[in-house]
Design a protein around this ligand. Structure first.
Ligand code: NAP
Ligand code: F7E
Length: 348
């Protein structure tokens, strides 16, 4: 049985990847952060009591800022494959917390690679590593963006991801660690964090449709993104680690749409006109924006046979359907006198 270790297992991608790996027969170990409230919602449906006989999912406390915990978890779990997904992943927030973002996203990746370098050097193991890179690294470089496109990062998040990318390349070349960089374009799902624009929109559509919210405040509606489905993208991560030689790959659909077009599809799905509800709030505009990302994923299509299955419109409709159901549940609660959680409304 292969063993995988996943950093960021409680995130959107961590949850889809864990489902995928468990279905392939892996034992999956995940690193979670201690929090004052439960932060395992996205993987609760996969978790089994450790005391049962056949358990394949194990959680360990750790932190990307804490090299000792990373090292200890890698030493005790002896993974064949590490999927490094943990990060402060919000671009807007990275302008508010640049040092923290750099520490977790850039230095955190380096801490992980250092642990692998030492442990593999001592034991003779050959641990494969996937590093979660981002299309944000291309930033101001014109589309279509491929593995050959120059990085021109436009936020502390993107700069940190560029550093992590080059740390990974350097550790591959210097120490022979088989680390692959995935350069993934935006990917969304009903499990997407509620402060990213797609989910912020679809949550609002559900609540507006059910009479729980009056308006939706957004920033720049002209930004274009190449939006795919997270469930498709975790397969690409796994495919990269099934190769003998580590390499870097762009993962994208090859189509891009504006935030405005996403509003058309999302509100249109419940027959509402977004112009009646969407308002502008300059708080959501970034000091430096990334205007247009559209990926050229021909390398991974050609060499690993990966294809996206879910297109833009079905993706947005899937998310709206999910969030209308969620809002129905909230509506029932408010009808019975419970207060509605407002946290989604104060989002970056
Ligand atoms: P996400 O939902 O924000 O999940 C991030 C994960 O990282 C969570 O499990 C989070 O834990 C964990 N984490 C954050 N800070 C940490 C720290 N200091 N120590 C340990 N763990 C920490 O992100 P995602 O959408 O799944 O993305 C996965 C990875 O791909 C990230 O590296 C992201 O930057 C990158 N990426 C994402 C996209 C995309 O469109 N989704 C595109 C390109 C690249 P908590 O649950 O406790 O917060
Ligand atoms: O913004 C615009 C915003 O926050 C998309 C992360 O997963 O993908 C993600 O980063 C666009 C931007 O994603 C609001 O200005 C307008 O142009 O959903 P987002 P992102 O910044 O592209 C990349 C690939 C990652 O690697 C990241 O980890 O939408 N926008 N109004 C808004 N964005 C937000 N969040 N909120 C707004 O109100």
């Amino acid at each position: 049985m292969k063993r995988a270790l996943v950093t960021g297992i409680t995130g959107q991608d961590g949850s889809y990847l864990t489902e995928f790996l468990l279905a392939k027969g892996y034992a999956v170990h995940g690193i979670i952060r201690r929090a004052s409230s439960f932060n395992t919602d996205r993987i609760d449906h996969l978790y089994e009591d450790r005391h049962k006989e056949h358990v394949n999912l194990f959680l360990h406390y750790g932190e990307l800022g804490d090299a000792t915990s990373l090292r200890r978890v890698i030493e005790t779990t002896e993974p064949d494959e590490i999927y490094h997904l943990g990060a402060q992943s919000h671009v807007r927030v990275s302008f508010d917390q640049p040092l923290y973002t750099a520490d977790v996203d850039a230095s955190g990746t380096l801490r992980l690679l250092e642990a692998v370098r030492d442990i593999d050097g001592r034991t003779g193991r050959r641990t494969k590593v996937y590093n979660a890179g981002s299309s944000e690294m291309f930033g101001a470089s014109a589309p279509p963006q491929s593995e050959k496109t120059l990085f021109y990062p436009r936020s502390p998040y993107a700069v940190s991801k560029v550093a992590a990318h080059w740390f990974a390349v350097n550790y591959r070349e210097a120490y022979g660690i088989p680390v692959s960089n995935g350069i993934l374009f935006n990917h969304e799902s009903p499990r997407r964090g509620e402060t990213f624009v797609s989910r912020k929109i679809t949550r609002a559509v559900g609540r507006i449709y059910l009479g729980l919210q009056e308006s939706l405040y957004l920033g720049n509606l002209d930004a274009r993104r190449d939006w795919g489905f997270a469930g498709d993208y975790v397969e690409a991560m796994w495919l990269m680690l099934q190769q003998d030689d580590a390499d870097d790959f762009v993962v994208a659909t090859g189509e891009s749409y504006t935030v405005r077009e996403m509003l058309d599809v999302a509100f249109g799905h419940v027959e509402l006109d977004w112009r009646d509800y969407v308002r502008f709030d300059p708080r959501y505009v970034r000091p430096t924006e990334v205007d247009h990302l559209c990926g050229d994923a021909s390398k991974i299509r050609r060499t690993l046979g990966w294809e996206p299955r879910v297109g833009f419109e079905p993706l947005v409709r899937m998310m709206v359907d999910h969030d209308v159901e969620l809002a129905r549940g909230e509506r029932m609660l408010t009808d019975h006198g419970h207060a509605l959680a407002q946290r989604g409304l104060a989002s970056p």
